[in-house]
Design a protein around this ligand. Structure first.
Ligand SMILES: CCCCCCCC/C=C\CCCCCCCC(N)=O
Length: 545
């Protein structure tokens, strides 16, 4: 489907405009260089930090280790790396240690045996972290908005409460982008979060604090949210696993800002973790009663699945081309699936994907079923008071007087020119993409698609490539479950990754595939280890079920 000359002209104009503004912007931006150059993360020496949450819980139940020892090990690691990555923005270490001591006492006194504990409290004694955009009792909940700096949560958001009820112990809250709507985790309240693989690069957004702290080995599991890629993008940049569940499965209440218009069906809350085996149990817990809608107890035989590989979006003029290292990595995955499982992997082009950004933008600004339009970004920036005037904020920013980031101001500026009526052409593309993908994937299809066209960019660079998030955002609009998998490191030592997409309510298929991919491609690698993907395919043959 060729784009018209008119479209190409507008894309070109937009790109030139954005680049011109941003070239100017880069003159004003504070440079990271010098402060972090040459610094890497200290190596992980504590073996407890190299164990999945599920395994930690088992070892705690079996009294092979105490919860206090595990929580203390994570506190020590956070204290070691956080000054470098700025990921955890408020801790509750003292309370966490007290709770861990209570867990150890409970286990000492429990007479029902290990199975009873596993059934009732599957994550008993395991520490976790939470994106600051979620309510965690006693912790700030500003979502990076300076005017919300004094907001402290009185209750827990439902998925956080469910994890606590499963016995997990929160260590604190992590940074995100302003109002959770950007690819970089940066705001004027907490500053900028850095990537553990290269401190000069971004940790992603909006759940970038979670991505960075987990990727650094300073947290094992965490809670993120995703309306355009905010779980999957930071998981990709930080080399970890993340799952955006089928729409409506995990309760989205208790996060700021609340979604409005049609956005509630695009927003998803989900797990982020270093080890693939933690994805499914976390989803089961976080979904509460909705877990029954998923087939999470079904054994998946990967040999019976149909795989499809789509290497890029078909060439949207707005987005960067996919990095050749990512194309190669996806090819290696395809070859491995064919050789090891004996499955067919069909390579496809899906023409409607070229309009991913236009589809996402149109649907995000559409009114809800009640006819009400979504709250504007300028209103959200006003923090419930008067909305901000984007042009005014833009000038204030250049004078160093704005309390907002350039990304947030840019979003508010773009919104001023956005129509609330999606064009019939874009709506038609969305409908046909939805239909085609649902038919293609059915109940046994898994699609491989890049998580992002670029490897983790340098700080502030997404301001020049703002539409690249569309590789993830399109699946929010379609409501499909997606798992981001790490698949080794690039020649620069940056994480490579891949999205696994499946049909609605078939989350178990991508979660099972993620477990397989971890065995085949090595999963999370400790930052600082620069073994490259070329050598990373292990000969481990995975039991496909
Ligand atoms: C100063 C440059 C700003 C240009 C803005 C261009 C508009 C791009 C539109 C939307 C970018 C949204 C990025 C969303 C990232 C993920 C959000 C999420 N919570 O899942």
């Amino acid at each position: 489907m060729a784009s018209t000359r008119w479209e190409r002209f507008w894309c070109c104009l937009l790109r030139v405009g954005v680049k011109a503004i941003l070239a100017l912007f880069s003159l004003f931006v504070p440079q990271q260089r010098g402060r972090t150059e040459g610094l890497g993360l200290p190596r992980i020496t504590e073996p407890l930090l190299r164990v999945s949450a599920v395994q930690l819980a088992r070892n705690i139940r079996r009294k092979q280790v105490t919860s206090v020892q595990v929580v203390q090990a994570y506190i020590d690691r956070i204290q070691e790396v956080n000054p470098l990555i700025n990921a955890l923005v408020k801790d509750r270490f003292a309370a966490a240690l007290q709770e861990a001591a209570q867990v150890d006492k409970l286990i000492e006194e429990e007479t029902g045996g290990e199975d009873v504990l596993e059934d009732r409290l599957p994550l008993l004694g395991v520490p976790f972290t939470v994106k600051e955009a979620f309510a965690l009792q006693g912790m700030p909940n500003s979502t990076g908005l300076l005017s919300r700096r004094t907001v402290v949560s009185g209750v827990d958001a439902p998925p956080v409460a469910l994890l606590k009820r499963a016995g997990a112990i929160p260590l604190g809250v992590t940074n995100c982008s302003e109002l959770a709507m950007w690819l970089e985790s940066h705001n004027h309240l907490y500053g900028i979060t850095r990537n553990p693989y290269d401190l000069e690069r971004i940790a992603g957004g909006s759940s970038g604090g979670e991505g960075s702290i987990i990727g650094s080995g300073a947290s094992v599991i965490g809670v993120g949210s995703d309306i355009g890629g905010s779980i999957r993008i930071p998981c990709f940049f930080n080399g970890i696993f993340g799952h955006k569940p089928t729409e409506g499965i995990v309760n989205n209440r208790g996060q700021y800002p609340p979604a409005s218009g049609q956005q509630p069906s695009f927003l998803c809350t989900g797990p982020m973790c270093r080890y693939a085996e933690d994805l499914l149990p976390m989803l089961r817990i976080m979904a509460g009663p909705n877990a029954e809608k998923l087939s999470l107890s079904t054994n998946v035989d990967l040999r019976k699945l149909r795989f499809f590989s789509v290497p890029h979006d078909g060439g949207s003029h707005l987005l960067s081309p996919v990095d050749p290292q990512l194309i190669q990595a996806q090819k290696r995955v395809v070859e491995h699936l064919k050789a090891d499982l004996g499955v067919q992997v069909q390579e496809l082009r899906i023409p409607q994907l070229k309009y991913s950004f236009q589809i996402w933008g149109a649907m995000m600004s559409s009114p809800g079923k009640d006819g009400k339009p979504p709250t504007t970004f300028a209103e959200l920036m006003g923090g419930g008071e008067k909305k901000v005037w984007p042009v005014w904020e833009f000038f204030k920013w250049f004078l160093g007087l704005s309390s907002h980031t350039m990304a947030a101001i840019g979003l508010a500026l773009v919104e001023m020119f956005q129509s609330s009526q999606p064009s019939p052409f874009i709506l038609q593309q969305k409908e046909s993409l939805q239909k085609d993908l649902e038919e293609l994937l059915g109940t046994d299809g898994v699609l491989l698609y890049p998580s992002h066209p670029q490897l983790a960019p340098k700080h502030h660079q997404p301001l020049f490539t703002p539409f690249n998030f569309s590789y993830t955002g399109i699946f929010n609009i379609l409501g499909l479950p997606v798992t981001q998998c790490p698949i080794g490191l690039s020649v620069e030592g940056l994480p490579l990754g891949l999205q696994l997409v499946t049909g609605k309510l078939q989350d178990h298929l991508t979660l099972a595939t993620a477990l397989y991919m971890e065995k085949a491609f090595g999963g999370w690698r400790e930052p600082g280890h620069t073994e490259h993907t070329q050598n990373s395919i292990s000969n481990n043959v995975c039991n496909a079920t």
